[in-house]
Design a protein. Structure first.
Length: 123
């Protein structure tokens, strides 16, 4: 599960996770997010251009994750940097899991997705 690697800057060994996970358990809810969820819907562009889109009102975390993917897709970043869709799903899932660790009522996954939306909206 862990692989020791040399930290070249420090000259010390560090552990690196080498397994991949496509599910995340948050509270009592297990979430699976993979490339099968990456679909563009007719209203995505309109929805994300709307300043009044209320991300916290979206109760489905899979939908929030799909919107994060769409934001990056819409900017052309996935193609430009040749990002593997499954790797991106894993990355988004790990961000969601990180937010879920602390159970903060404000700095949570909805807040992160909202921040991402308004940051990207400025591009």
């Amino acid at each position: 599960m862990f692989k020791k690697i040399k930290n070249l800057a420090e000259g010390e060994e560090v552990k690196r996770v080498t397994t991949r996970r496509t599910t995340s358990k948050t509270g009592d809810q297990e979430t699976k997010f993979d490339a099968n969820y990456l679909q563009i819907y007719e209203d995505d562009d309109k929805k994300l251009k709307d300043w009044s889109l209320n991300i916290p009102a979206i109760t489905n975390d899979l939908e929030k994750s799909r919107l994060v993917w769409f934001m990056l897709e819409d900017l052309g970043l996935i193609t430009e940097f040749s990002i593997d869709r499954n790797t991106l799903c894993e990355f988004i899932l790990q961000i969601k899991a990180g937010y879920s660790l602390h159970k903060n009522a404000f700095h949570n996954y909805s807040h992160g997705v909202t921040g991402n939306k308004y940051t990207i909206k400025q591009c």
